[in-house]
Design a protein. Structure first.
Length: 258
């Protein structure tokens, strides 16, 4: 039963999110994960939009039910997105926008779309934040309409600007997972963000994780050729499958277990 509930929540995440198909043609992201001793290292390589996040937990699993990026970490469903700013802001060239202005515009764009799908006017609450790594961020949330779901109660987001994209983490508060726990997990995860002007070198990441069983430190984050495919680590490691011009996250081992 828990597996079916998880899949249902993932499908709902995909349904009410406009981010998945907003990338420019030819700018498809390489999205993959490497298993680590404390969870997984998620890698997003995409032209000038390159970043990693540590997905930590005792039981961290990716999911391939949709084309979007999802993890289940100790019961928390986490979605990762990175839409181009040009997809929701059309200002004149040279216009200077603050990071909070960009993040608020993304919040409005995303929440308006979600409201249209849910057929209700969402009451969005938000607050400007500064992460432990010094980055500006925006935390925002909304309750799901009463009676919409027996399991999911609210949706929470934490976003930050990275070049000409926004990095979006969102999670779902449910009957089993309280909102304050989801909120803290989003903050802890985004605090591990490492960005690079060039794609991360997957071979170096793999070799470092093999040696240490943990994550590459931000100071040593490398760059280089990402075109080659490398053998997986513990059957779970690197996975990418093309889908509609995007590279989706896929599970090598198995689906979420109950």
């Amino acid at each position: 039963m828990k597996s079916k509930v998880t899949v249902a929540l993932i499908l709902l995440f995909s349904l009410i999110s406009p981010c998945g198909g907003q990338e420019r043609p030819g700018a498809a992201a390489q999205r993959l994960a490497i298993k680590t001793a404390d969870g997984a290292l998620f890698v997003w390589n995409q032209l000038s939009n390159n970043f990693t996040l540590a997905i930590k937990g005792k039981d961290v699993r990716p999911n391939n039910s949709t084309e979007d990026v999802f993890f289940k970490a100790d019961g928390i469903i986490l979605q990762i997105q990175s839409p181009a700013i040009s997809g929701f802001i059309n200002d004149k060239p040279g216009t200077k926008l603050t990071e909070q202005t960009i993040l608020q515009a993304h919040r409005d764009w995303e929440s308006e779309y979600a409201g249209s799908i849910l057929k209700t006017k969402l009451k969005v609450q938000s607050s400007a934040e500064r992460l432990k790594n010094g980055r500006e961020a925006l935390y925002w949330r909304f309750d799901l309409p009463e009676g919409f779901s027996r399991v999911e109660k609210s949706r929470v987001f934490l976003t930050t600007v990275s070049g000409d994209h926004v990095i979006v983490l969102n999670g779902s508060a449910t009957t089993d997972v309280p909102e304050d726990r989801v909120r803290q997990y989003l903050f802890d995860t985004l605090a591990t963000l490492t960005v690079s002007p060039t794609p991360f070198d997957l071979r170096k990441l793999q070799e470092t994780i093999r040696r240490r069983g943990s994550l590459l430190s931000p100071a040593k984050a490398g760059s280089g050729d990402v075109s080659a495919r490398y053998p997986p680590i513990n059957r779970w490691a690197i996975f990418n499958h093309p889908l509609r011009g995007l590279l989706r996250i896929a599970l090598v081992d198995d689906e979420y277990s109950a």
